[in-house]
Design a protein around this ligand. Structure first.
Ligand SMILES: CC(C)(COP(=O)(O)OP(=O)(O)OC[C@H]1O[C@@H](n2cnc3c(N)ncnc32)[C@H](O)[C@@H]1OP(=O)(O)O)[C@@H](O)C(=O)NCCC(=O)NCCS
Length: 216
C-alpha cells in the first residue's frame, strides 16, 4: 500500500497541470447598454447566430438594420457585452405596438369582453422585434438573463405595457421552446415567407404569435 501511494505521489508531482479556460463560460453577469448607432458598428461585425434562416434573419437585423432603426426611432436595441471585454454576446430590439384584442387573445389571457363592452379593443404591448444570443454563447443561460433584464426594465421603467409580444417561426424550435419556457402563450399564428430563405419560390412558413403578461 505504501509503495503504491508513494509512486502515485511521484507521478502527480511530475505531471504538468494544464487548466483549459473555457472562452465561453456560463454564469457571467453581462453588461447591458443601449446600442450606439454611431460607435458600435465594430461590435456587430462578428455577430453570428447560426446557419438556419431564422438565425440569419436575426443576424441581418442586427448587422444591417438595427443602427438605422435606432437613428430613425423605428426600434430600440439593447446590447449585452462580456463583463471584461468588448464582445457582444446577445441583444434585443424593442418597440411599442398596438395589438388588437381578438377573441383568441382574450381567450388565451382570460380577458372578459363583458368587463368593458365596446371598449378595450386594443392593448399597448412591448413588441420584441428581434432577440438573439451569439452562436458560441447559446445554451448557457444568457437568453434567460437578457429576458429577465427586459422584464425588469418594463416593470420598473416609465413605460409599463402589460404584455410582451413577439412572433417566432414555428420551424425555429429553439426559439419557440425558449419563449414557451419563459411562459409565453401562443395565441394565434400567421403564414409568411422568410427573407433569408434561399429556396425559390420562398416557402410559406408558419409564424407563431406569442405573448406574456407581465403585469395586470
Ligand atoms: C432562442 C435563443 C435566444 C435561446 O438562447 P440561449 O442562450 O441558448 O437560451 P438559454 O441558455 O438562456 O436557455 C434558457 C432556458 O430555455 C430553455 N431552452 C432553450 N432552448 C430550448 C429548447 N430548444 N428546448 C427546450 N428548452 C429550451 C433552456 O433549457 C433554459 O431553461 P433552464 O434554465 O430552465 O434550463 C437562441 O437559441 C438564439 O439566439 N437563437 C437564434 C435567434 C432566435 O431564434 N431568436 C428568437 C427568435 S424570436
Amino acid at each position: 500500500m505504501r509503495r503504491r501511494a508513494a509512486s502515485g505521489f511521484q507521478v502527480k508531482e511530475r505531471m504538468t497541470v494544464t487548466t483549459k479556460v473555457d472562452p465561453h463560460p456560463r454564469g457571467l453577469k453581462l453588461r447591458a447598454r443601449a446600442l450606439d448607432p454611431e460607435k458600435d458598428g465594430y461590435l456587430l461585425v462578428a455577430a453570428k447566430f447560426g446557419d438556419a434562416p431564422w438565425d440569419l434573419e436575426v443576424e441581418e437585423h442586427l448587422r444591417l438594420k438595427a443602427r438605422d432603426f435606432e437613428r430613425r426611432h423605428v426600434c430600440f436595441t439593447t446590447i449585452f457585452l462580456h463583463p471584461d471585454r468588448d464582445e457582444l454576446i446577445g441583444f434585443y430590439s424593442l418597440n411599442s405596438h398596438t395589438l388588437e384584442l381578438t377573441d383568441k387573445f382574450r381567450q388565451e389571457f382570460e380577458m372578459s369582453k363583458r368587463q368593458a363592452p365596446g371598449l378595450n379593443l386594443e392593448v399597448e404591448v412591448c413588441y420584441v422585434v428581434a432577440f438573439g444570443v451569439k452562436v458560441d454563447w447559446k445554451d448557457k443561460g444568457y437568453a434567460k438573463q437578457m429576458y429577465a433584464h427586459l422584464v425588469a426594465a418594463l416593470v420598473n421603467g416609465e413605460w409599463r405595457p402589460p404584455f410582451v409580444y413577439l412572433k417566432v417561426w414555428r420551424d425555429n424550435s429553439d426559439g419557440a421552446w425558449f419563449w414557451d419556457h419563459m411562459e409565453f402563450q401562443n395565441f394565434d399564428e400567421e403564414t409568411d415567407t422568410l427573407s433569408t430563405d434561399h429556396e425559390k419560390p420562398k416557402p410559406q412558413r408558419v409564424r407563431l404569435l406569442m405573448a406574456a403578461r407581465i403585469r395586470d
